[in-house]
Ligand binder design. Structure first.
Ligand SMILES: Cc1cc2nc3c(=O)[nH]c(=O)nc-3n(C[C@H](O)[C@H](O)[C@H](O)COP(=O)(O)OP(=O)(O)OC[C@H]3O[C@@H](n4cnc5c(N)ncnc54)[C@H](O)[C@@H]3O)c2cc1C
Length: 238
């Protein structure tokens, strides 16, 4: 059940241009029981009218460890929560609420599983992959990860390992790569749609940029995918 809980910032590392990797110890009540894919919220000051504002962050750590919560956060210059988490001294106590959300794995997948994530949308995919790696389902798994350029690519080795452990094929696309990028180029929407004929009873998990989610969801539904049964989404922003 979602509720308030107290945490303490234990570690912060910058893992790519503008991306911070934060670990909080859960102090009380502990541990936090959550499902892979869920998020928590924290207070981030007040808006221009003086109203308290909150921000949501997906838990990037495994759901079997409710004593520590990891977050992968893009620091938006001037953003209330970004400034807060970027400047917060180690040891700071932070009140959170959660866990929230329904962007979680289906109890069982009838066929293939496809993740389409942009930027830090990869955060909830990491624990979902960890959970999938413990399942005995036989469907194929794909992770499409869209980023702008090489500088945005965070924890690539960890993502590669998490995909390998879950038997998932990783497809990284850069929309604006710097010269010399040897990998895939462009947005993830078209390749996911093009893969559709090769998939068997797929379930899609779309997360990150709201525009990508809307476009991909529309393309999938137009191609005959059942929106309610086969698509789950988590938009981080419009
Ligand atoms: C369910 C949920 C889970 C989320 N999980 C994460 C997470 O795990 N990691 C994370 O970095 N963010 C996540 N977000 C976004 C996060 O809640 C904040 O919106 C973000 O950190 C910006 O907050 P801010 O107060 O710093 O800036 P604001 O002033 O509120 O935001 C400035 C603008 O930045 C843009 N923006 C917001 N988030 C992002 C982003 N991730 N990448 C690029 N542009 C963005 C939006 O256009 C926004 O209007 C999540 C959002 C939701 C709804």
């Amino acid at each position: 059940m979602p509720g308030p809980f107290t945490t303490r910032l234990a570690a912060r590392t910058t893992v790519a241009g503008g991306i911070v990797d934060l670990t909080f110890d859960v102090i009380a009540p502990a541990p936090l029981a959550f499902q892979a894919g869920q998020f928590v919220t924290l207070a981030a000051g007040t808006d221009a009218t003086g109203k308290a504002q909150r921000r949501s962050y997906s838990v990037a750590s495994p759901s079997d460890d409710g004593h520590h919560l990891r977050f992968l956060i893009r620091v938006i210059p001037g953003g209330a929560a970004s400034d807060l988490v970027d400047g917060m001294p180690i040891g700071t106590e932070v009140a959170m609420t959660g866990p929230h959300g329904f962007f979680v794995l289906a109890p069982q997948h009838p066929g293939d599983v496809v993740f389409a994530a942009t930027g830090t949308g990869l955060a909830p995919v990491l624990p979902m992959l960890a959970e999938l790696s413990r399942r005995t389902e036989t469907g194929r798994r794909h992770v499409y990860w869209g980023l702008r350029n090489q500088e945005d690519l965070f924890v690539p080795d960890e993502v590669t390992d998490a995909c390998a452990a879950a038997g998932a094929q990783l497809h990284i696309y850069l929309s604006r790569p710097s010269p010399g990028w040897p990998g895939l180029h462009g947005r993830i929407t078209a390749p996911v749609l093009e893969s559709l004929p090769s998939l068997r009873e797929p379930t899609f998990y779309l997360v990150g940029n709201g525009a990508m989610i809307d476009e991909l969801k529309k393309g999938l539904v137009d191609a005959g995918v059942n929106r309610k049964k086969q698509i789950r989404t988590e938009a981080f922003f419009d």
